[in-house]
Design a protein around this ligand. Structure first.
Ligand SMILES: [Zn+2]
Length: 220
């Protein structure tokens, strides 16, 4: 698997017009920071990856997918910048929702580039979600975890023919994702997806994404 992915990484990096830099951070996961003002993408990898969970090439390619969509579709597809003065508690609530929405598109891009590798990633994550739901039950799903779990279930339904194992709010969140085509990324689609996800939560917020610079504005 890795040889093909390595080639795609090389090709994708070459196709990007902004500068791509590599760096390390103390967190456990990879993360891209795209700066539309400086026109750079910095891809952060964990300085100390967990021994049982080494870094995967496809995870690096996922970060490049954000970069690609950021340059070719809209800057809102990569790093999220909230309007200055957005209260901390809103950032905390919104961040995992916005991340799930942009990952829906980034992984859609991966499905179009390396479907077999991406499908096996989804299957592996879906099995983890199933195990967690069996162990802890639906009641134990708190809001923060719900967006990530919904994303994985929606991907498994869409690309791997699995069923929506969610119930209640989780099942509804999965259906909201499935109603938006991840293969047709757009600023409008991203905005709608985030607002639809917000409306199936207990929060009464709505957001708008500035067309010029991708800044997310929150209205209540
Ligand atoms: Zn991502």
């Amino acid at each position: 698997m890795s040889k093909g992915i390595k080639k795609i990484i090389k090709r994708t990096r070459h196709a990007l017009r902004w500068r791509v830099l590599d760096a390390v951070h103390d967190r456990g996961e990879m993360e891209i920071v795209s700066d539309p003002w400086e026109r750079t993408h910095i891809i952060y990898s964990p300085a100390h990856p967990a021994p049982g969970n080494p870094l995967r090439d496809i995870e690096y390619l996922h970060e490049l997918a954000h970069a690609m969509l950021c340059e070719t579709v809209h800057t809102c597809m990569s790093t999220h910048y909230f309007e200055q003065g957005t209260p901390e508690h809103m950032l905390h609530t919104l961040s995992p929702i916005v991340r799930a929405a942009s990952d829906w598109y980034a992984d859609g891009w991966l499905m179009s580039i390396c479907p077999d590798d991406e499908r096996s990633e989804i299957e592996e994550h879906y099995a983890l979600v199933c195990r967690a739901l069996t162990a802890h039950g639906f009641a134990a799903i708190h809001d923060e975890w719900r967006w990530g779990a919904a994303l994985i279930i929606a991907q498994a339904v869409k690309w791997c023919g699995r069923r929506n194992i969610g119930r209640g709010a989780l099942a509804e969140t999965v259906n909201v994702l499935l109603a938006i085509d991840p293969m047709r990324p757009s600023r409008q689609g991203m905005e709608r997806l985030i607002n639809d996800l917000l409306s199936c939560s207990s929060m009464s917020m709505r957001i708008a994404i500035d067309d010029a610079d991708g800044t997310i504005e929150v209205a209540q």
